[in-house]
Design a protein around this ligand. Structure first.
Ligand code: BG6
Length: 467
């Protein structure tokens, strides 16, 4: 197809500290909430005791092997790499006055390595983790004081990396706190709605403070939010289904509305009232929230449906978001429904709503890979998934949507977030490690590696329109 992608389109990949780095106690790093979830977000919260181990403790050992991995990303022609800073490398307990120099030095080296190849960092301040010290001693985001600790951390890294990192994101999939409170806001998973929305409110205020700090400190810096783009369709055209779909889409769009429009949307008043949710929002908070993000970033893996029909509503749920399956779509091995057209639709919905540039910072297919006798890995299923989604991104660009870039999720195999599996692979680069932690950690190029290299090199020209 002829390329619709702009000249400076940021092609690349996205990873997160806790899913790749390992070295979970190296160079003064403190324990994070992720370290207490060795089985992933939906596993038990486990206090760490001496001698125990989890797969994320080593992950893919990116902490030590990043020069080799960045070189492979460069070979594919990456313009951009999204990763996160582990807050606990910088402030191990979260409430220190002085940052940990060894942690700061690690990211200096990482960003310098990217710069060698002209790869721009896109850095998430908090990707599904926070210092466990803040959870234990302060109650996580339930405590207003956490806003100060986060602001100190954000200002510290903005100052340190202001000449190396120009693109930032505040909280990964900020709307996931509604489904995974411990991961999102450091609260017990059985917290009540008022507690969860109060913690979310604190996080939204902290996000706005980080936006302000970025604008003050980073010359030419741009900072975005990050939403899980879980777009929902009505299962039928019954008006009640359509209305309920709008309501459920607002559950997640609410976060974008606050971060991109600078305040609570009107529909939340009724939602809070009818659900008996009390949230303390001060006049100063409202003022702070006016500082809005420069761009909207989001992840997109699947869409889902909504119905008011009790019977259909109770059918087996395919994924963590409890979406009702769409009868027109196929699913991945993990039950995630594959919907490339949904990405075009979502891009248009978000652009219509916010009129700000959009950045697709996660998209990809988690699948089991097989190594052939000759050592090759022929992951055509992954190539097809990514091709079809990128064709729809091109369509959205043609629709007039401003898209800054695309970083596919897990360009190198990593530990999955929901269940801490290695066998759920997203990468263009295979990593030799299994679900039990066995393997040499050796890296190997898959067929998709060469495919993505061609896509980037041709700025999307090599993509194939669906027959
Ligand atoms: C997103 C997260 O929800 O989805 C990533 O931001 C995560 O951290 C990705 O890895 C895919 O989910 P999973 O469970 O397959 O790793």
């Amino acid at each position: 197809m002829s390329s619709k992608f702009p000249d400076h389109f940021l092609w690349g990949g996205a990873v997160a500290a806790n899913q790749v780095e390992g070295a979970y106690q190296t160079d003064g790093k403190g324990l994070s909430t992720s370290d207490l979830q060795p089985q992933g977000i939906f596993g038990a919260i486990t206090p760490r005791v001496d001698g125990d181990s989890g797969i994320k403790d080593v992950a893919i050992d990116f902490y030590h092997r990043y020069p080799q991995d960045i070189a492979l990303f460069a070979e594919m022609g990456f313009k951009c790499l999204r990763t996160s800073i582990a807050w606990t490398r910088i402030f191990p307990q979260g409430d220190e006055d002085v940052p940990n120099e060894a942690g700061l030095a690690f990211y200096d080296q990482l960003f310098d390595e990217m710069a060698k190849y002209g790869i721009q960092p896109l850095i998430t301040l908090s990707h599904y983790e926070m210092p466990y010290g803040l959870v234990k001693n302060y109650g996580g985001w339930g405590n207003r004081k956490t806003i100060e600790f986060f602001e100190r951390y954000a200002r510290t890294v903005f100052e340190r990396y202001k000449h190396k990192v120009k693109h930032w994101l505040t909280f990964n999939e900020i709307n996931m706190s509604l489904h995974a409170p411990f991961t999102g806001v450091g609260l017990k998973d059985d917290s009540n709605k008022s507690e969860i929305y109060q913690a979310i409110h604190h996080q939204l205020v902290a996000s706005a403070k980080a936006v302000k700090a970025c604008h003050e400190i980073v010359p030419g810096g741009k900072i975005g939010n990050m939403l899980l783009g879980g777009i929902l369709y009505p299962l039928s055209c019954k008006p009640e289904d359509v209305l309920e779909t709008q309501r459920q889409n607002r559950d997640w769009l609410f976060f974008g509305d606050v971060q991109a429009r600078g305040g609570y949307p009107a529909y939340m008043q009724r939602f809070f009232r009818e659900n008996n949710i009390q949230v303390e929002i001060t006049a100063e908070d409202r003022q702070t929230l006016r500082e809005t993000v420069d761009f909207i970033s989001f992840s997109y893996y699947m869409s889902g449906c909504v119905t008011t029909d009790e019977q259909q509503n109770n059918t087996a749920r395919a994924n963590i978001l409890n979406m009702v399956p769409n009868p027109h779509l196929a699913s991945s091995e993990w039950g995630w429904q594959i919907d490339p057209v949904g990405l075009r639709y979502l891009l248009n919905v978000l652009y219509d709503r916010y009129q700000k540039p959009l950045f697709i910072v996660e998209n990809g297919l988690g699948a089991k890979d097989r190594i052939e006798a000759d050592g090759s890995i022929n992951d055509d299923y992954r190539i097809n998934y990514l091709n079809d989604h990128l064709v729809q991104v091109a369509e959205a660009i043609d629709d007039g949507v401003e898209v800054m870039g695309y970083t596919s999720w897990g360009p190198i195999d990593l530990v999955s977030a929901s269940k801490a599996e290695m066998s759920k692979r997203y990468g263009f680069i295979y990593v030799d490690r299994d679900d039990t932690g066995k393997g040499s950690l050796e890296r190997r190029r898959k067929k998709s590696f060469y495919w993505y290299r061609d896509v980037i090199q041709s700025n999307g020209n090599s993509l194939k329109d669906k027959a």
